[in-house]
Ligand binder design. Structure first.
Ligand SMILES: Cc1cc2nc3c(=O)[nH]c(=O)nc-3n(C[C@H](O)[C@H](O)[C@H](O)COP(=O)(O)OP(=O)(O)OC[C@H]3O[C@@H](n4cnc5c(N)ncnc54)[C@H](O)[C@@H]3O)c2cc1C
Length: 396
């Protein structure tokens, strides 16, 4: 019997396994894939703040970014630049493999090719029913940590429901021409309700991708053709990876002898879809609460509810403002988005924000709240007859 079974050897699962193994717990991590490092759809962009929590090996960093160009649907762009590194572009498959190896070095056991079918309560703990090479078997542990990514299969079975509001993502590695900074493209024709990106990773390589609500194949094919047409990337047989991103958290992320972390809990930013840092911050809270719970010999839902209280204190406000901002952006048509770009440029709003201490790669709520107070943007909202932030917030 293990102390802890972690389901999922993605970044949040392996990080949690590593930290709990360091604390001396008997940890077993299960993953359905043959090895760690399968999230090739992920761009791997994280902030310097995230890198403090996750000081990775240099070989995992593909690029450091301190500027970006954001294109309006009309083709104009706003350039944002700061002197210091704002973001790191990581090799995501390598990151997951590195973290799993670190967890193993700390004593955590990993079982790959092991699909978890269900989690049930027993008298002494949880029974995790698995399938490996068509063979079904049970493993037992004091507690289970569900870090199984977007799929709501396990959370649904445990009565926590599934995340119904999510984005669909697509990404491909491409060979590019003369792209030296990240480019972000807004517009409903390209990526309805979201955006598309071209992120250089060094040499002449880049990651091209987008988020949308449906039909990622269609939008991705048209985005790649457009980049080829614009002479930004070379034509090729593109190998596209797909993945979903939760845009709202589960309302309950704990139960008797289990907690849910990362994408499985819906701890990703609705503005950008970034989930690595927020997933790790929530994982850190889960580690603290579980360690206390083991010491107190109380792994009941009542005790583990502290995990949800703690992660919501850190991320709750941020996730709801970001969600509002996402829904607001989604309600704009291309003309309105381009108009907002013009206003930002004309009034130098982006420049004043760049010098503001409120601007942060991860924490968007302050800047969103400041932006909607700006007189010219307020006027535009009225002009567009858009729903007030309060009404939209109420709707969510
Ligand atoms: C197109 C795209 C681009 C993105 N870009 C970024 C970015 O630039 N920056 C950023 O911060 N985030 C980004 N994200 C989001 C980021 O990838 C996720 O937030 C992050 O991977 C969540 O980590 P996780 O450990 O919770 O889940 P995952 O990384 O999804 O790991 C879950 C693991 O659980 C395993 N698993 C699932 N079910 C079972 C089961 N039943 N039994 C056993 N194993 C199971 C899976 O095999 C997987 O290894 C992007 C996502 C997409 C789709």
């Amino acid at each position: 019997m293990y102390d802890i079974i972690v389901i999922g050897a993605g970044i949040t699962g392996s990080f949690t396994a590593r930290e709990l193994a360091k604390l001396g717990y008997q940890v077993c991590t299960l993953d359905k894939h043959p090895s760690a490092g399968n999230k090739s759809s992920c761009t791997g962009i994280v902030s310097s703040e995230c890198m403090e929590l996750l000081p990775v090996d240099d070989s995992i960093i593909q690029q450091k970014a301190h500027s970006a160009r954001i294109f309006s649907p009309a083709g104009n762009f706003i350039r944002i630049e700061r002197d210091s590194t704002q973001a790191y572009i990581l090799d995501r498959p390598k990151l997951d493999m590195w973290m799993a190896a670190q967890a193993q070095a700390c004593g955590a056991e990993f079982r790959f090719n092991t699909f978890v079918e269900s989690i049930d309560q027993s008298k002494e703990g949880v029974i995790v029913t698995c399938q490996h090479n068509r063979r079904h078997f049970d493993l037992e542990a004091g507690v289970a940590i569900i870090a199984s990514g977007f799929s709501g299969r396990l959370t649904g079975k445990l009565g926590l429901g599934q995340i119904s509001y999510y984005a669909r993502g697509a990404q491909s590695e491409v060979t590019c021409l003369d792209i030296d900074e990240t480019e972000v493209y807004c517009g409903n024709e390209l990526a309805p309700g979201f955006f598309a990106w071209l992120v250089p990773t060094g040499g002449s390589r880049a990651k091209a991708g987008l988020l949308c609500r449906s039909n990622p194949h269609k939008y991705m094919a048209s985005f790649l053709s457009r980049l080829v047409r614009l002479g930004k990337i070379f034509p090729a047989e593109f190998s596209i990876s797909y993945g979903n991103i939760p845009l709202q958290p589960l309302s309950r992320t704990y139960g008797n002898r289990f907690v849910v972390i990362g994408d499985a809990a819906g701890q990703a930013k609705p503005t950008t879809g970034g989930g690595i840092y927020f997933g790790l911050l929530a994982a850190r809270e889960a580690i603290t609460v579980l360690d206390d719970a083991f010491k107190e010999r109380d792994l009941t839902a009542r005790y583990l509810s502290r995990y949800q209280k703690r992660w919501r204190q850190i991320l709750g406000h941020e996730l709801s403002i970001d969600y509002w901002a996402h829904r607001f952006y989604q309600s704009l048509d291309d003309r309105q988005i381009s108009h907002i770009f013009d206003l930002i440029e004309r009034h130098g709003i982006h420049e004043s924000f760049l010098t503001s201490p409120d601007i942060s790669f991860d924490w968007h709520s302050k800047i969103i709240t400041e932006a909607i107070k700006h007189r010219s943007l307020q006027r535009a909202l009225k002009e567009f007859h858009l729903k007030s932030p309060e009404r939209l917030k109420h709707k969510t």
